[in-house]
Write a protein that binds this ligand. Sequence first.
Ligand SMILES: Nc1ncnc2c1ncn2[C@@H]1O[C@H](COP(=O)(O)OP(=O)(O)OP(=O)(O)O)[C@@H](O)[C@H]1O
Ligand SMILES: [Mg+2]
Length: 451
Amino acid sequence: MRFPFRSRAVEPVPGPDRDDEVLLETVGLTKAYAGAAGELPVLSGIDLTVRAGEIVALLGRSGSGKSTLLRCLAGLIPPSSGTVRYRGTPLAGANPGTALVFQTFALLPWLTVRQNVELGLEARGVPPRERARAAAQAVDLIGLAGFESAYPKELSGGMRQRVGFARALVVEPDVLMMDEPFSALDVLTAENLRGELMELWDSGQFPTRAVVLVTHNIEEAVLMADRIVVLGARPYGTIRETVEVALERPRDRDSAPFDELVDRVYRIMTGRPKDTRPPGRTDPDPDRRTVAGTPLPPAGVDGLSGLAETIAHRGGSCDLAGLADELGLDIDDLLPQVDALDLLGFAEVHGDDLLLTEAGAAYTGADAQDSRAVFAAAALEVPLIKLIANSLGGRPGATVRTGFLRDLLGRHYTVEQTDRQLETATDWGRYAGLFAYDADRQEYRTEAPGR
Ligand SMILES: Nc1ncnc2c1ncn2[C@@H]1O[C@H](COP(=O)(O)OP(=O)(O)OP(=O)(O)O)[C@@H](O)[C@H]1O
Ligand SMILES: [Mg+2]
């Protein structure tokens, strides 16, 4: 069902002016979070400009720092170094020209739709009558008419996110910022909402002058953006490349130029970063894998095995973009598993294709018991797994406290990155029978014999 978002009652509002005025600008932006041994950069050397009249997509894999960059632009967190300017003025606190839409909607459950929408205006000290008028207009514009007195729990996901949009748009921000606004919605609802927003934008009814969209979905970026800023995830978030999208609107997902652009952006996203060393860091010898230079991806054994099986069923190689399409996934959803297979030596990426290696074929071809042994051997070549296993030394009753590992990892990774890696290490180590994990005691121990 397509919602009649444009009711006749809506007054026309001025559309985005394409005067190229610079609304947002970052210069040399760096952001670091705390690790065990001090600050660790997650964004480095970000120079970004957002002009009136454009939709800019920040595209990158999970952990590349998209949300962090958005929060810096919105003035919700300060950069560690560099500046963020709004219309030429450096930010001191929250950016007055921006409003945010979150992936998780972030609505207050005890307030009605209208009250949720009015929230932003209340915070800005707008008097009640004016609030009611503006909220009614935003509600109308975004296809929520008739739902004003409903509570969030009575609404579907799509309708809840409409409230998220209305709440941001009601303040008529210069720049609307969206952090993966469609990714919590089912495919059809997301597509419908995207389509409506783009129609609004194209028709000039959108009450903002620019949009910054955070996404990990390549097609979404190509569909919506005028410019795609691709952030690289490894080892730190930097701008890998900026791609202009000159396709006419409305855009046709099935057209050849659309496909070509998706392919190009896909290659940029999966290709090796040119040079992502943050200033002041030395590069480890690429042939010598270290814990610092070889982060474990957030991929459990089930997922990576599933991908390996899938490639095996296709004769040992497959086109990644095509596979993602077939499975109804975004490429980004598959990348942690691809990284995991690569790290374990089970698969290699060649251009757009993923090829199973000999070890990968042995892994998928073996029976359950043998495949565990093959996995264990491969996992022991992975620095963090090796570190844990070697620390235990196979001695019965030996333990390694996670605190020890946290300290080591904390020199190179933030707390969140460390947590994620330990989660993967636990999953892999358990499956491989290399070690067990005791969550209560926060320690790894030697697997009881006989397992
Ligand atoms: N408050 C924090 N403290 C420590 N580390 C953090 C914090 N917030 C984010 N990080 C780390 O910084 C890196 C970038 O995180 P961010 O959330 O900006 O990435 P993202 O590109 O938005 O990822 P996703 O696609 O998963 O939302 C991640 O490795 C994350 O673990
Ligand atoms: Mg994010």
